[in-house]
Design a protein around this ligand. Structure first.
Ligand code: NAP
Ligand code: GDD
Length: 337
């Protein structure tokens, strides 16, 4: 665990990450620390249960001691964010913090908007008049395309969001572009399609499936209950996607980029393949529950990341089958431990 609110030494490049306790925050922290950055992370007081990702980071004791610093705060509170910006004086800001669950956003739409959209404007305000030339990354999402009229989707495809989460992210996407255009802030939107890993939150479908399959294989669980198996998603591997975030901020011009694999698969295909890996037939174990079905579901989302490949030299490496395999194997190993 890094130090909280401790003295800040002067070192190489300095990054501030909101959402450091999340899936992407954890991989980005490892990446930046490997690159020699001093990393500062915003953590909520309620984050205790999620600190396991930070505790498990692949860092040496010296890297933890000298390069990782955690600060209490919340995206709902401007004054804390502004103090944090002042105290850390970052070169790069990676704004990943959000209420990131689409289904939850239907239950808590106002809270979702408050944290995601208002939270982004609070953070942007901290850097609007900053005398240091900072670089700002905002975590946009393919959910903004909602039910798109064209496929695959690229940076020019119009947004048609269909959930409170997607509406909040569309607002923060445009706010980020607005601060770039109005105040000359070096600000980029990464329009990331779904990306997964063994560190994915347990209430997202790929991790839920991988955990369920491993537990069923080991005789610890009898059934796996899911919602819609028909939605198609473009799923990539999270460690590769955080590399794309970093590359956006190293370019000489701020811009928006789609990050995706370019392949879409049904949730049902993920289920079938995950059971196949452990030698079981999914039909014997999977039940569907209408409670898991969303009031509005997105259309077939599949990304065209050719701009990122051309300009940033970024391309997804891990493909669907490899992703399912690595997630199921990680869960089997975790159960063995
Ligand atoms: P995640 O695992 O759900 O992490 C979300 C992070 O936001 C956590 O660190 C969480 O802290 C923090 N957070 C939530 N509410 C906060 C608040 N009020 N104040 C400060 N921090 C708060 O998400 P992820 O998968 O890493 O995704 C990172 C970002 O990319 C999110 O903004 C997400 O919406 C976006 N995104 C993700 C994907 C994807 O496929 N993963 C695709 C497109 C866009 P706690 O630990 O305290 O809860
Ligand atoms: N969570 C969940 N749980 N989803 C299920 C389930 C279930 O039991 N059964 C089926 N699904 C379907 C959902 O309806 C959705 O179509 C799909 O599986 C993926 O759901 P999630 O894994 O919850 O991800 P998401 O795509 O809604 O949202 C994630 O990706 C977005 C980018 O597309 C989040 O990380 C968002 O923050 C991100 O923006």
């Amino acid at each position: 665990m890094g130090r909280l609110n401790s003295l800040i030494p002067t070192m190489a490049k300095r990054a501030l990450i909101t959402g450091i306790t999340g899936q992407d925050g954890s991989y980005l922290t490892e990446l930046l620390i490997r690159k020699g950055y001093e990393v500062h992370g915003l953590v909520r007081r309620t984050s205790a249960v999620q600190r396991n990702r930070l505790d498990a980071l692949d860092l040496t004791p010296a890297q933890r001691e000298k390069q990782l610093f955690l600060h209490y705060g919340d995206l709902s509170e401007s004054s804390g964010l502004s103090r944090l910006a002042h105290r850390t004086q970052p070169d790069e800001v990676y704004h990943l913090g959000s209420q990131s669950h689409v289904q939850v956003s239907f239950e808590s739409p106002k809270y979702t908007f408050e944290i995601n959209a208002s939270g982004t404007v609070r953070l942007l305000e901290c850097f609007r008049d900053c005398n240091k030339p900072i670089r700002f990354y905002h975590a946009s999402t393919c959910e903004m395309y909602g039910r798109p009229e064209e496929s695959p989707q690229n940076e020019k495809t119009p947004f048609r969001p269909v959930s409170p989460y997607a509406c909040s992210k569309t607002a923060s996407h445009f706010l980020t572009a607005c601060y770039r255009e109005s105040y000359g802030l070096f600000a980029c939107n990464g329009i990331l399609f779904n990306h997964e890993s063994p560190r994915r939150g347990e209430n997202f479908v790929t991790r839920k499936i991988a955990r369920g399959v491993a537990a069923i294989k080991r005789g610890l669980q009898k059934k796996l209950t899911l919602g819609s198996l028909e939605t198609r998603k473009d799923w990539g591997y999270a460690p590769e996607y955080v590399e794309a975030m970093w590359r956006m901020l190293q370019h000489d011009k701020p811009d928006d980029y789609v990050i995706a694999t370019g392949e879409a698969h049904r949730v049902g295909e993920f289920v079938e393949m995950a059971f196949q890996i452990v030698g079981l037939d999914w039909r014997e174990f999977v039940e569907t529950d209408p409670a898991e079905v969303r009031p509005a579901e997105v259309g077939a989302l599949v990304g065209d990341a050719s701009k990122a490949e051309r300009v940033l030299g970024w391309r997804a490496q891990t493909r669907f089958q490899g992703l399912v395999k690595l997630m199921v194997e990680a869960e089997l190993q975790a159960l063995s431990r």
